[in-house]
Design a protein around this ligand. Structure first.
Ligand code: ADP
Ligand code: MG
Length: 254
């Protein structure tokens, strides 16, 4: 029984078929990588799943319930979380305050209660930070953190709502290989412990091979291959997209 079932999903922008008849499934606790060259339709697919974009056609089901047409917050309430960039929102708050804000939001308390709720679930927030190895930095402002540490706090925030499905669009963008691997190893252990499924986009094939249970490959909006990373790598169409031109996978994304 799959957690997420996407069938015949399509979305056009003007004349561009950004996502064209894409179907895939995701099981509970599974890590599924979505790869493809720039402009392949990865972000558009994500944004339809989280409700920021509405599909032109096709269906998206979570636990056999339709998600198409629901507002992003309603989709989030049903168990679909995503990593947000803290930098844009609450950089002036401390690490633990950021996680407390996420817990508040998850408890559906009003934002205006923040002043009164300054100790809201601080212990729970610290426990979440402990899971991402950031407890010792709980009282530092997020604006002071190293990039890799910010990413770990973002992960704690995304986990605060106890999601069934976590969406990560390019979680390791801008990170050095060592940091990338640390973040993905942490993500994998966290989601495995909590039986959370993950759909993520990734440019580094090394990361995909090390951490994805399965992968799907998009090219010009179409799903051209899916399966275990080791099988997909040898698929002729994938070879043509990434390797047939003489480019490496990394170069194809440059
Ligand atoms: P990826 O994330 O794989 O790089 P995107 O989903 O961002 O690809 O984009 C897929 C295609 O849709 C591209 O051709 C892109 O230019 C186009 N596109 C994406 N978003 C929009 C938009 N809001 N308006 C117009 N075209 C868009
Ligand atoms: Mg994208």
């Amino acid at each position: 029984m799959s957690l997420l079932k996407v069938t015949g999903l399509s979305k056009s922008f003007g004349g561009v078929r950004a996502v064209d008849d894409v179907s895939f499934e995701l099981a509970p606790g599974e890590l599924l990588a979505l790869i493809g060259p720039n402009g392949a339709g990865k972000s558009t697919t994500f944004n339809m799943v989280n409700g920021q974009l509405r599909a032109d056609s096709g269906s998206i089901q979570l636990d056999a319930q339709n998600l198409v047409g629901l507002a992003p917050r309603e989709i989030w309430r049903r168990g679909v979380s995503r990593t947000f960039q803290i930098a844009e929102t609450f950089a002036s708050l401390t690490v633990v305050e950021n996680v407390q804000m996420a817990l508040l939001s998850s408890d559906r308390k009003l934002f205006s209660m923040w002043r009164r709720a300054a100790d809201h679930r601080r212990d729970d927030a610290l426990a979440l930070l402990d899971q991402v190895n950031m407890k010792t930095q709980a009282d530092r402002p997020c604006s002071e953190l190293a990039y890799g540490d910010v990413k770990r706090v973002e992960l704690a925030i995304a986990m605060a709502s106890k999601p069934k499905l976590l969406l990560m669009d390019e979680p390791t963008a801008g990170m050095a290989p060592k940091e990338r691997n640390e973040l993905m190893a942490l993500t994998k252990s966290l989601v495995t412990q909590n039986a959370v499924a993950v759909l993520f986009t990734e440019h580094s094939m090394d990361v995909v091979f090390a951490y994805a249970d399965r992968m799907i490959v998009l090219a010009r909006g179409r799903l051209i291959a899916q399966g275990k990373p080791s099988d997909v790598r040898d698929d002729p169409q994938v070879q043509a997209v990434y390797f047939g031109t003489g480019k490496t996978f990394e170069a194809a994304h440059a």
